[in-house]
Design a protein around this ligand. Structure first.
Ligand SMILES: CC(=O)SCCNC(=O)CCNC(=O)[C@H](O)C(C)(C)COP(=O)(O)OP(=O)(O)OC[C@H]1O[C@@H](n2cnc3c(N)ncnc32)[C@H](O)[C@@H]1OP(=O)(O)O
Ligand SMILES: CC(C)C(=O)C(=O)O
Length: 518
């Protein structure tokens, strides 16, 4: 199986993302992490761009031990000399010289003829070779360059001593088939092509950077270039982690290996995101927060039975701890049961079914159900004595010019009667509590009322505590809901049930789940 070399340009092309500016210290920290990841070549910056970048390239070159550290340089002597100034003390120095070759760039940007481009490319490589043991030459906008002319450029830079020939799809224009075809064409038509390593460098303007890079690997390139998280100029570069995982997961197809320590991918991605301020979208392949998360019941059930049903690679392979089961509207009983178990609740099927009904009601109102939500549901259902009344519905009429009115429907679980009553109050909560007193025939005195937020965000669960007094007995009740008025009603009914249980000799809590601690 052949080994594909990985060239990382997060610190150069990645830094060309608008708004990104890495300090020398940050570049060194990232470069050391890239080295831990097993990157073969690290492009540390563009020494001629600024004194600060020259200094950063210098520090990276001296800090990195095994990887080759390169600086980008235009095909001008001053840039090449700056690159050498930065890297002359590096452990493994290299240079990446580029010159555009396409008709569009020759005419509008460089104002150079084909012959001038050939001359300049050759002389730049010759000069670079005087300083650096390792010289890469890139035909900028190679993807839109006439193939015959590309061959001419290739022959001239090989003759001048280039070690690597990179053909970038600078503007992300080519299709995978077209990009692969360029490398096959070069192999067939360039003299002494075997003297250089061929390299692929793609941009993601049409979302094809990874596909194009993989097509280049199929066409036999020796090296691939890209960035972590796919950051870079415009729509970004090839995501190296995507290519690495495609090769690792589809070894059967690509028949190629890398020198990467895949377990370092997650950490590297987090570092890049943090230092560049470029957040990784949740659905990003390999490193997105949802890349190993499962939300729907059918998928979660499959995952619990065997992870190969819905995962082609394990999160542990790239350094994540485990797949995540996200409980939400689309989740089913299997995942719900698994979550309860992982939180330490052991329950019968009947108990789980009862709780599942409340869970589904909650998911209609809350996007993501967190562990605290589940714990609140369990405690609300089983924290007290056996229920006498269960809340069915509440209806409210409220206006700042009118008296709030609440109507409450409950079921008396002793005989399954459905009961309904209404009441006015000083406020909505007062109206609800009075309606509950009426419907249950109980007379309670409210001693305390507190509201707390259980979870975060606009759809957070609210938790209400009430303390009720009847004669000399005091009980507490607790209710949770995304709606604070509903939580109030639940808390009040919870307390009423406890009061009845206490007063009538204590109805035992027969069905409560066993909590074995979480
Ligand atoms: C595809 C890529 O990602 S290429 C890398 C892009 N990265 C960067 O540009 C980041 C760093 N760049 C910089 O800091 C600045 O552009 C510098 C310092 C390199 C140059 O700055 P300036 O001298 O002010 O030139 P400016 O950037 O405005 O224009 C580029 C000049 O380089 C020329 N040029 C562009 N590419 C090359 C090349 N590969 N070889 C030689 N000359 C080149 C342009 O034709 C233009 O020349 P002109 O002034 O004769 O018209
Ligand atoms: C310098 C070259 C390789 C480049 O970044 C590009 O063409 O995209």
């Amino acid at each position: 199986m052949r080994r594909v070399q990985f060239f990382d340009t997060t610190l150069r092309d990645g830094e060309q993302s608008p708004g990104v500016n890495l300090s020398a210290k940050e570049k060194v920290a990232l470069a050391l992490q890239l080295e831990r990841l097993g990157i073969d070549v690290i492009e540390a910056g563009f020494a001629a761009a600024s004194p600060g970048d020259l200094e950063a390239v210098r520090q990276v070159g001296e800090a990195v031990g095994s990887a080759t550290v390169v600086s980008l340089a235009r095909a001008v002597p001053a840039d090449i000399e700056k690159a050498w100034e930065a890297l002359k003390h590096a452990k493994n120095p290299g240079i990446h010289v580029f010159l555009a070759t396409s008709p569009i760039h020759r005419k509008y940007k460089l104002n150079m003829t084909k012959d001038e481009v050939l001359e300049r490319a050759e002389s730049a490589v010759r000069l670079a070779k005087q300083y650096f043991p390792n010289v890469e030459f890139s035909t900028e906008d190679g993807g839109r360059t006439e193939k015959a002319f590309l061959c001419q450029v290739a022959e001239r830079v090989i003759e001048a001593g280039a070690d690597v020939l990179n053909i970038p799809d600078t503007v992300g224009y080519l299709t995978p088939q077209q990009y692969g075809e360029i490398f096959r064409y070069l192999r067939e038509n360039v003299r002494e092509i075997d003297k250089v390593k061929l390299s692929a460098h793609c941009h993601d303007d049409l979302g094809m950077a990874t596909a194009n890079t993989l097509a280049a690997i199929e066409a036999g390139v020796d090296q691939v270039e890209g960035t972590i998280n796919g950051i870079g100029e415009r729509a970004g570069n090839t995501s190296l982690e995507e290519v690495a995982m495609a090769l690792a997961t589809r070894k059967d197809y690509y028949q190629a290996t890398t020198g990467l320590n895949l377990k370092e991918i997650a950490k590297t991605s987090r570092m890049v995101s943090k230092m560049t301020g470029m957040f990784v979208p949740g659905n990003k392949a390999v490193v997105g927060a949802n890349a190993f998360a499962h939300e729907s019941g059918i998928h979660q059930d499959g995952m619990l039975k065997n992870s190969s049903t819905y995962e082609i690679m394990r999160p542990e392979m790239v350094g994540y701890e485990a797949s995540r089961m996200v409980l939400g509207k689309h989740s089913g009983r299997h995942a719900f049961r698994d979550k309860l178990k992982s939180m330490g609740y052991e329950m019968s099927d009947e108990q789980i079914s009862q709780l599942f009904v409340r869970f589904k009601e909650l998911t209609d109102r809350k996007k993501v159900i967190e562990d605290e939500d589940i714990a609140s549901l369990v405690e609300e259902r089983w924290a007290g004595e056996k229920e006498v009344y269960t809340l069915e519905t509440i209806q409210l009429s409220y206006g700042n010019q009118s008296v709030p009115t609440a109507s409450v429907q409950v079921v008396d679980v002793r005989d399954q009667r459905r009961l309904e009553e209404a009441s006015c109050g000083n406020g909505s909560v007062d109206a609800i509590f009075k309606a509950i007193d009426r419907v249950t025939g109980e007379s309670m005195h409210l001693v305390d009322f507190q509201i707390a937020s259980v979870t975060h965000g606009k759809d957070a669960l609210g938790e209400v505590y009430v303390k009720l007094k009847q004669e000399d007995r005091i009980v507490q009740g607790r209710g949770v809901s995304t709606d604070i008025l509903e939580a109030s009603a639940r808390a009040y009914i919870h307390a009423v049930n406890r009061m009845i249980a206490r007063r009538d000799g204590g109805i035992k809590m027969e069905n409560a789940p066993v909590s074995v601690g979480s």
